[in-house]
Design a protein around this ligand. Sequence first.
Ligand code: ADP
Length: 495
Amino acid sequence: MLQDKKKKNSLILSIIVGILFALLIAAAFKSGDLNAGMLITQIIAVLIVLGFFIFFIILLKKLLPAPQPPQHVQVEMNTGIDKDFIITPTTSNVTFKDVAGISEVKEELTEIVDFLKHPEKYRSFGINLPKGVLLVGPPGVGKTLIAKALAGEAGVPFFYQSGSSFVQMYVGVGAKRVRDLFSKAKAMAPSIIFIDEIDAIGKARGNLRNDEREATLNQLLTEMDGFEGSEGVIVIGATNKVELLDEALLRPGRFDRRIFVELPGLNDRLEILKVHMKGKPFKGNLENIAKMTVGFSGAALASLVNEASIHALKQGKKYIEEEDFYAVKDKVLIGKKRLNTYSDKEKEILSYYQAAKAVIADWLGVDFERISLVKDDFKEEDKEIISKTELMSKIETFLAGRVAVEDRFNEKFSNAHKDLKKAREIALQMIKDYGMGESVVGDEREIAEILDIAYKETQVLYASNKELIQKVYEIMLKNEVIHKEDLRKIKNEIF
Ligand code: ADP
């Protein structure tokens, strides 16, 4: 093709040059003053001008970027084959053993494996099997690995697709891909469809219309509604931001199961490190490595192990040692800027902050299972009617960390922003929605007043619980987490 084009171009160029010469000679004859010397001078002049012209074109071609061929989705209309979208299932040999630190979600996962292995058992009891499971969590925490482990444990085909592969320029392509994927998966049922970054398809529709994405999303919904769970196809979607997903996806019968996968805590990091260090020669204590990697995801730990091994090998060592990990820690962090690892000082601030929150929440009856360095899971109220006192308790819990840290470090820190936002939101709701201020129609001043009162009350609570907070702080610093039962135990020891 390219050769043909070149030939054509040079042919056109020669014709133009020929015509120019013919014109020139004709003009010279016409004016009657043709002589050999003049003719040669004129030919040279034309050649020089032409030379400049060609030189200029070549220069332009070099400077300007080459035109890109149009992005074309290769759906051959006559055969219906979509060359860019290959649906080939894999058989996974990943098992739950390869996924460390998922004890909290293991039970749910085992249940799903059982669904896939024995769909007839459930069918005979008329039990609705899950069709869709959402794995929610930040990148690198093992969502894909979990989905693969499900397929591996159940021994079923695994269809992997990234959400973005459905989002195409041409209307209808995404929907067709969804249809093809489901029909293959159904044909090979029981099977697992895994859609990574499902938010690419399932983003809430909002005001901006995007016909293609909407058609794709609708097709996904249709497919999910169109089969029974007992057919043995389970769709697993992974996302970082469940709140961005279109509500329609989360309705019963679609992705109605959610499994939250968090950044690993201290113990989980140790387990993940063990999985990845298995069979490698190592001298040292992995616990120390787990301790220095707060905020690392499973993926970051895996790459840390790899880098440390390379480091040891380069040094000509027979064993990987702790210092190899220390030497490469920063290297692993570069390029993963969003990863939050904390310095010792930051760890102290966070530990004290969270410890105060745990103690004061417990005091005020705000329920939780555990509070870690990076996360607290306060139980959602399951009540229709909430009192002003209960809402104030919530606000005070969210202010506890700020109050405590300000007292201990004589400084305010930015880590409080999320809690402060929540406190403000509750105060706003109390005044504006629930009419819990002086008058039923509350104003800004009353919101500020509520927060002010809550702050002062929190300060009093903090002062009378300092000893307990100190004890919880020490545990938090060591384990990065405090469980409610442990907190109660320490409380009993003190009082
Ligand atoms: P996600 O899908 O959440 O972005 P992945 O499943 O792709 O994360 O994880 C990437 C890699 O990180 C995995 O292949 C594995 O090597 C490692 N990894 C992540 N989480 C774990 C874990 N819990 N146990 C063992 N390895 C893990």
